[in-house]
Write a protein of this length. Sequence first.
Length: 511
Amino acid sequence: MKKEIYFFYSSLPGAMLGVLLDQAKKAMIDEGKKVYFVMCEGFFSHCLSNPKGNIGICKLCKSQSRKIIFENLSKDITFLQLSDYYKGSHKKEDIILKKAQDVKKYVYKDIEIGYGVISSYIHLTRNQLPEINNDSIKYFQNQILQSKQLIDAFENVIDDIKPDEISSFNGRFNEIKPVFELGIKKNIQVNLYEFENIGYKKYAKVVFKNTLPHSIKGNRWKFDYLWNDPNLLKSKKIELAKEFYYNKRNGIAAGDKIYVKGTTTGKLPNNWDEKKKNIILFNSSEDEYVSIGKEWEDLALFESQYEGLKYIFNQHKDNNEIHFYLRVHPNLKNVKYKYHTKLYNFQEDYNNVTVISPSEDINSYDLLDVSDKVIIFGSTIGLEASYWGKPVILLGCSWYYYENVCYIPKSLEELNDLLTKDLQPIKNEENFLKLGLFFYHRNATYIDRETIFKYVDFNITICTIFGNEIFGYNYQKLLGSIKLKAIVVAIIKLLSLYLTSNKYKLPINEE
């Protein structure tokens, strides 16, 4: 009998836990596997669902974890407690940190736990470079300590159970990433589950085997898989792919957030001069991927987008025949950290640079249409610009990095050459269509093509309490009611915030 361990850190993100429960039940009933479940149960003193380590919220999570799992699976599963497997004696004081980079690059047993720690932190705060001082160091030391303890404990779990597979959710953050890397290191198949949004609070389940959901190479197979899907006529695939590009530029939902909706069309910056060579730069919301891992870092030409922009502007600061327009990513609109705010200094420092803020009513596609070249750091609009016939230079990691749809300099010399000479648009119609189909119509990669879920309905029901929306999870009920369960959990969490203490303060200052 094959053995599979399911691991998750909290019962509070119910949709994520529900995905694992549904898959675990399939493993038991359909595949005849022996299933083990491992939850935090207080092993962590704070986590992504409880970042400040509120005592009441922690007790709530612990009190319902096993109950939820046994109710939705059966008593036949074996529950393992991490604390029973931890025999170490690590100390926070032994973890030396002086700057944010020390956190990010922290390695234990050849496992890059620092990326997970800083990724969780950025997810919570959007602060890429937290200041390490007397007030913040304990928070980061404890995050690293927890990851080290998790590695030691889970290594003992693996040695004891000898599983054929390990399954969890997402894998990017520090509560899961150490287990993912440990499994890979020990040549065990690791399944990381995610869901795709297919409607309002409706999700379909997807799986990533031995790769992170954010891996560029790990996702490339999907482009051909979708393109060759026998369930769709080729004419329909082409129609959907083209619809992606047309919908994106017209502010219609196309598999991503809508960023151009509400902006006017036909308006250009006041200083636009069509006699000059106008180069449009679209930066990305860098905090979304800055700590994913080495793959994303290694494929970027510059250490940061700011450094890349500064280099380009410096190289051409005396060239009055070129004007650069930097369109700041809409998702940075409310970010107060320096990686956003200092971008606006460029137009003060360089006469041939104009910075367009997210709030300005200038449509990015109007800029794209009249540009001579487009420079991109990874956003989807780079793919779109190339599709619409513009020469595109990609300077960062992207889903389309390997797909021959843009120019990719591998050195500063190559970049300088691309910036100065006239470029022809890249014509690669089939790859444009493959990528458009992927971004717009991913359901060929769902696990359950017919029912979205099979045994455990992990979808969300929106409930309202005192005018506020709260999430109810369809498989979690109290006295048969999804809404009652959601309200009780919300009230307990709210009371906990007021009546019980936090173990940690979330640092917000930057270097």
